[in-house]
Design a protein around this ligand. Structure first.
Ligand code: FAD
Length: 342
């Protein structure tokens, strides 16, 4: 196994931050992973904050160099492993690209992930934060996963309940943080599609596309069109998608805000709370289009922080802190970062 030293991660994170890894290695299967841990043994005794698993680098912000080992997951393979009358079960290696998997499902008419087209990143990271878009989350099609326990050096199976999925949350971001490396995921996809076009933008785009007969392919295309028009392409401007989560507040707080800011939009949740659009709150604080040096808040999407070229991770992080503070000052709403800060 090849362990490189002092490796630039600039091309390996979509923010384009020029952080360095003290050590860096790739693995394509579990045997290589076990071998790597043998080689790295002296450094990897307890909880491993010094061992970082990298997928596509599209949900991280490096604020410093990694004083340890970055392990790049390149486990590949997408295969049908089972089916019944209504469903197919597809296993995908954690290093596979998420959108490639969506395209595979579209080609084979397996329904369930069409609304999640064009989300950057890897299969392995998809359960980490229960990726979601346009009314669908990974938990809706998740069956199980296999993960490697770093301390025990054993593989463990997780079913849906084990993963404790929430809004951009899972057990791997909380209780089991830094403890498991996801190796593969099994998704349960439908043979007969249930179309989800409840997000207004999808309906409007389908109309624009003059779609006569709804299909998972047309929905995916509508999603691709919308995403391409409104989200900055990381190849052109460094970013990690939504930097903050949409916050939840209690209903009384929402009523008060509605009184002071009649244009505020809130979605009532089943638990009685109200979900707010973080982008709107940030925009109201005047951040949209803000730029200091090469760190900025995107001119079309206030929720997306960007690196115009040579911003450091700390500059982006400091900007995010200033945004958090000003949103709190104005609305008494505490935003939370969605992006993993390293
Ligand atoms: C333009 C843009 C748009 C986006 N839109 C969306 C969106 O609509 N919805 C959404 O949910 N997200 C979105 N994201 C965020 C991102 O695409 C997802 O979070 C994605 O799942 C990250 O995958 P990754 O492989 O790049 O993860 P990375 O950034 O490499 O890693 C993210 C975290 O997961 C951990 N990790 C990665 N792989 C593994 C593994 N195999 N085992 C254990 N831990 C692992 C890492 O250690 C890190 O903590 C967007 C990002 C961008 C740049």
């Amino acid at each position: 196994m090849n362990i490189e030293t002092n490796v630039s991660l600039k091309q390996l994170n979509t923010f384009g931050i020029d952080a360095y890894a003290k050590q860096f290695a790739k693995f394509t299967n579990i045997d290589q992973l076990v071998e790597l841990f043998e080689l790295l043994k002296p450094q990897t005794s307890s909880l491993k904050p010094q061992t970082f698993i990298l997928g596509g680098g599209s949900n991280i912000l490096f604020t410093k160099n990694v004083d340890g080992t970055v392990l790049k997951n390149e486990i590949s393979g997408i295969e049908k492993i089972d089916e019944d009358n209504d469903h197919v079960y597809i296993k995908a290696g954690a290093g596979e690209n998420w959108h490639r998997f969506v395209l595979y499902c579209l080609e084979n008419n397996y329904a369930g992930v069409e609304n999640l087209a064009l989300i950057p990143g890897s299969i392995g990271a998809s359960p980490m934060q229960n990726i979601g878009a346009y009314g669908v989350e990974i938990k809706d099609v998740f069956h199980s996963l296999e993960a490697f326990h770093i301390d025990d050096k054993k593989t463990v199976q997780f079913n849906k309940a084990d993963c404790a999925f929430g809004y951009r949350e899972s057990v791997f971001k909380n209780k089991y943080k830094h403890q498991f490396i996801i190796l593969s995921v099994i998704y349960k996809l439908a043979k007969k599609p249930v179309f989800n076009t409840s997000y207004g933008a999808i309906e409007a785009e389908l109309e624009k596309m003059k779609v006569k007969e709804l299909s998972i392919q047309s929905i995916a295309q509508a999603v691709i069109n919308i995403r391409s028009s409104k989200l900055p392409d990381p190849k052109l401007i460094g970013n990690a998608g939504s930097f903050f989560k949409n916050p939840e507040i209690d209903y009384d707080h929402f009523e008060k805000l509605k009184n002071d800011f009649p244009a505020i939009v809130g979605y009532k949740l089943e638990n009685g709370h109200v979900k707010l659009a973080a982008g709107w709150l940030i925009e109201q604080c005047g951040w949209k289009g803000y730029r200091k040096g090469d760190a900025g808040c995107h001119e079309k999407q206030a929720l997306v922080l960007v690196n115009y070229g040579n911003a450091s991770g700390s500059e982006i992080y400091n900007l995010s802190s200033a945004i958090l503070d000003s949103v709190y000052d104005k609305f008494k709403v505490q935003l939370e970062r969605e992006v993993n800060i390293i």
